[in-house]
Design a protein around this ligand. Structure first.
Ligand code: GNR
Ligand code: NI
Length: 167
């Protein structure tokens, strides 16, 4: 099957707010497995449905070294967050740009897992950063929104130029 196409900033579809998934069906598992394939191919450590133009609250991630620990999170909500940490972030929708972003260092999330079961999950380190980055996508938010508008506009201009060369 063809790889899902990943939208790139400043595509306005990346700004849409995703809707909760009412019923977890085979359709959601099929989407999740196609998203994992696209994420591993890229390669990336996370992917939100918004990035493949599906505006549902589903994210996948895998922060393991060997890319052998896929996580599927449906309707994830951050219930509690603690501390803060700075890290270099990248985004498959903003290829080639990396910036230092401050996020919570530990989070507690409520979500539906890969078995369709509601669970609470604690995350820290790279996983906590990745989940916060992915939940932002579901809200139509990108890491460039944490930068100055001057920096954001510069990245926008450079990406548009590259995108124009491609088509
Ligand atoms: O692959 C990715 N790496 C990454 C690095 C630091 C902080 C967040 C991320 S997520 C990113 C993949 C992506 O764009 N997910 O939406
Ligand atoms: Ni991203």
């Amino acid at each position: 099957m063809s790889t899902l196409e990943i939208l790139e900033f400043p595509d306005p579809r990346l700004r849409k707010k995703a809707l909760p998934i009412a019923n977890v069906t085979a359709k959601e598992y099929d989407l999740a497995s196609r998203m994992l394939a696209a994420m591993y191919k890229a390669p990336g450590i996370g992917l939100a449905a918004t990035q493949v133009n599906i505006h549902k609250r589903l994210i996948v991630c895998d922060v393991s070294e060997n890319q052998d620990n896929p996580l599927i999170l449906i309707n994830p909500v951050i219930r509690e967050s603690y501390g803060c940490t700075e890290s270099q972030e990248g985004c498959l929708s903003i290829p080639g740009f990396y910036e230092t972003i401050t996020r919570s260092s530990e989070i507690l999330i409520d979500t539906i897992d890969q078995h369709g079961k509601p669970i609470s999950k604690e995350a820290n380190g790279t996983l906590a950063i990745c989940i916060q980055h992915e939940i932002d996508h579901l809200e139509g938010k990108l890491f460039v929104d944490y930068l100055s508008s001057t920096k954001r506009q510069l990245i926008r201009k450079k990406l548009l130029k590259i995108q124009q060369m491609k088509d």
